[in-house]
Design a binder for this molecule. Sequence first.
Ligand SMILES: *[C@@H]1O[C@H](CO)[C@@H](O)[C@H](O)[C@H]1NC(C)=O
Ligand SMILES: *[C@@H]1O[C@H](CO)[C@@H](O)[C@H](O)[C@H]1NC(C)=O
Length: 323
Amino acid sequence: MTTSKTIQIVLFLLTLVTSCNASANAATQPLAPAILIFGDSTVDTGNNNYHPKANFKADHIPYGVDISGKAASGRFSNGKLYSDIIASKLHIKELVPPFLQPNLSDAEIIAGVCFASAGSGYDDRTILTTHAIPLSYQPIMFKNYITRLNGVVGEKKAMEIINGAVVIVSAGSNDFILNYYDVPTRRLEYPRISDYQNYVLKRTSLRTCIERENKDALLYIQKLQKLLPAIEASLPRSKIVYSNVYDPMMDMIKNPTKYGFKETKRGCCGTGLLETSDLCNSRSKLCSNHSEYMFFDSIHPSLATYSYLADSTYSTIAKLLEA
Ligand SMILES: *[C@@H]1O[C@H](CO)[C@@H](O)[C@H](O)[C@H]1NC(C)=O
Ligand SMILES: *[C@@H]1O[C@H](CO)[C@@H](O)[C@H](O)[C@H]1NC(C)=O
């Protein structure tokens, strides 16, 4: 059960590449001017800490214990998230701050922020149970971000930054896990999973993930991947990278020793079977070596897992940006 919940997380990355960012090639030069992140707990770097109504928060230890000075920052893992790792490998920044953090410096704004919210989904009804910031509202936050960026660097430069930015979108699992399977409000309307998959795809034209039935997940992934070329064609000068996390995570489960994992079925926090958000807290017993666990809490990947996932996607993005 633990594993099935997260296996189906599907990420895809939308990379907007302009013709004017070709000169960044020295080893420590950023490969893109900024990174912008939309989605759910797989990429929320702390917005829910500043969103009082949200039910899912990682604003307490042991979340973040392996990021020096950043414990309880709101990240649902022991360390950096997938999106932080990509940002760092692109030499953009080490940690991507949440846009709702009240004291963001101008420098933080220029190099990009995160709009994601744990418990979010493409279907606004998913938010009824989680009170997260819906995917449909995150573009409004993005507009506020642009206004602030315009104020910092001027409109022309702001447009350059945004045109050259790497955009990560990671969401969809909650639509299926929290809304369709566990709290089946939408299931009444869409008794067949395939119809609901189509509904979610239509809402977002982005990507998502599925739960419990891996077969459902694979079908969804196929539908999503088919949709991406059309989205790319509708966004001139953009490149979309689909990041398959289903197969790598399945491989981790089947061949744990290849990754140094001793446990792939339970999370590191508490019993590892049900603790997440408030249930994973300072009273929970932690495993002794966090890197031996594929999951940190019962549903969220550990830093070790995110690092493996980020590696291959990073190579694909870097090739596109350097081309
Ligand atoms: C902004 O606030 C956060 C959270 O309260 C704090 O950790 C950080 O040091 C502050 N940053 C600045 C630049 O004041
Ligand atoms: C923790 O586990 C990782 C992955 O298996 C391993 O590389 C590392 O050496 C371990 N650390 C300790 C202190 O045992």
